[in-house]
Design a protein around this ligand. Structure first.
Ligand code: BGC
Length: 454
């Protein structure tokens, strides 16, 4: 297989530095693009290998329609969000737009995009034994159905994207959220271990599936970002009294190269997918010490080496490069719901001499626990999608992978079985619909608590 298709498609156009924040307005029925801004001219080094650089983002009408109807201002409803392929049926559409329809629509948007380039973001979310850790979003494939994953899911996706008519689109893919990142700490004998994750690890379902997906999609010209969880999940190193989750995860990720993937198949990693962790905690740090006690020992920090996402993401990316990933590996961060603005946002560092109070009064992330990630109360929209947001070539873009307003999972009363993880006792908004369904109350909260404010 060819392994050299990761770099951004060559184009005669000069690439702009910022630009990717989507500048289109989507009307309810999928609409014409309206220019709100254009990409500055002039090539910069950071653009190398970054498919988001100098491009606009595909506006998914299946998100922008409900967003607009749900009260979003036009520029908000015109933001780019990812298209989730969460079942074999989703490829053809199962009631909604299929992948080919999205790409056809993307060609039309590209024709009027200010930059002349368009990035279409897809998510593959259908591994065998999906969601073995939280178990609230299990998929259609059993842990041993790797061949169905390969031949009925990945191959048809790759075949559609590889059609000649789509050659001018830049397609990025987030490969399998809630999978590899959960294996280090959710298998025996760890306290969070589940029999389902034990089985998936023993079968190699996730490593094989991710390896197959990145290899097949890279051949179709896709820029792959392998999901890498986040600091709340992998932020423990061997400097802590616990496990070296960070290092164990990095070594596990590198095993995809024993299963048929090559470093050139992976453009980068995706962090904070469908999660709520802030890019930066402005008012305290992981290594602060209060009254002689490291804040690492507080309930909130719980011995993690990180309290926010950007430092974790860049460190984990560097560690993956050390483990054999490509030296130009990039990072994208899902900022769709990590804003934490609104009236309850702290405005300064706490003066408390009690380490727990200090952390709780200082942190902008107002969840009960950093591992709670179902429809969280108090969250707001985060940074709008943007390429090269901090001028560090490793950080390719802020992106909206989880379409804000779509539920993470059902409240127990709405769907017997999987509801417990989405219960109000865990900080979830009540009465949520099933995963992926529009959740108007959440969308309204996300707008009110947006940071930066709308
Ligand atoms: C759900 C998918 C949905 C996606 C985006 C996931 O949690 O399982 O069905 O498409 O979120 O909202």
């Amino acid at each position: 297989m060819s392994r050299d298709r990761r770099t951004a498609p060559s184009t005669a156009k000069p690439k702009g530095r910022s630009a990717a924040a989507l500048t289109a307005v989507a009307a309810l029925a999928a609409a014409l693009l309206t220019v709100l801004g254009t990409a500055p001219e002039g090539a910069v080094a950071a653009d190398a290998g970054n498919p988001y650089a100098g491009a606009d983002l595909y506006v998914n009408p299946e998100w922008s329609g409900p967003a607009l109807a749900g009260g979003a201002p036009a520029d908000l409803a015109g933001q780019g969000t990812a298209v989730w392929l969460d079942s074999i049926g989703a490829i053809e559409g199962s009631g909604g737009m299929g992948l080919a329809e999205h790409l056809d629509e993307a060609l039309e948007q590209r024709a009027s995009a200010p930059s002349g380039e368009l990035v279409v973001q897809i998510v593959l979310y259908n591994l065998p034994g999906r969601d073995c850790a939280a178990l609230h979003s299990n998929g259609e494939l059993a842990p041993d159905e790797i061949d169905r994953y390969r031949y009925e899911f990945v191959d048809p996706i790759a075949a559609i994207i590889a059609r000649p008519e789509y050659a001018d689109l830049r397609v990025t893919a987030v490969i399998e959220p809630f999978s590899l990142a959960y294996l280090p700490d959710h298998v025996s004998p760890h306290p969070g271990g589940t029999p389902q994750c034990d089985e998936v690890l023993a079968l190699g379902s996730y490593q094989e599936g991710v390896a197959y997906a990145v290899a097949a999609l890279a051949d179709a010209g896709v820029h792959n970002y392998v999901d890498a969880g986040g600091h709340g999940l992998l932020g423990w190193s061997d400097a802590t009294p616990f496990y070296d989750t960070f290092g164990n995860a990095a070594r596990l990720y590198a095993t995809i190269f024993d299963h048929g993937a090559e470093p050139g198949d992976v453009q980068g990693i995706a962090v904070n997918t469908a999660d709520y962790s802030p890019l930066e905690e402005p008012y305290f740090d992981a290594d602060d010490v209060v009254s002689g006690v490291p804040v690492a020992q507080t309930f909130w920090v719980d011995f993690r080496g990180y309290v926010d996402e950007t430092p974790f993401a860049l460190d984990f990316r560097d560690r993956l490069v050390a483990e054999g990933f490509a030296s130009d590996l990039g990072v994208i961060v899902d900022t769709s719901r990590n804003g934490w603005g609104g009236p309850d946002r702290p405005t300064r560092t706490s003066a408390s001499t009690d380490p727990n109070i200090y952390v709780n009064e200082s942190r902008i992330d107002r969840r009960q626990d950093q591992e709670h990630r179902c429809n969280q109360v108090g969250a707001g929209l985060g940074e709008r999608p943007q390429a090269d947001p901090i001028g560090d070539p490793r950080l390719h873009a802020y992106v909206w992978i989880k379409p804000p307003g779509e539920s993470d999972g059902p409240h127990a009363d709405n769907d017997g079985g999987f509801g417990s993880i989405c219960a109000p006792e865990l900080g979830s908004l009540p009465n949520s619909p099933p995963a992926g369904a529009w959740f108007q109350a959440q969308f309204e909260q996300l707008m009110v608590n947006a940071w930066p404010p709308l």
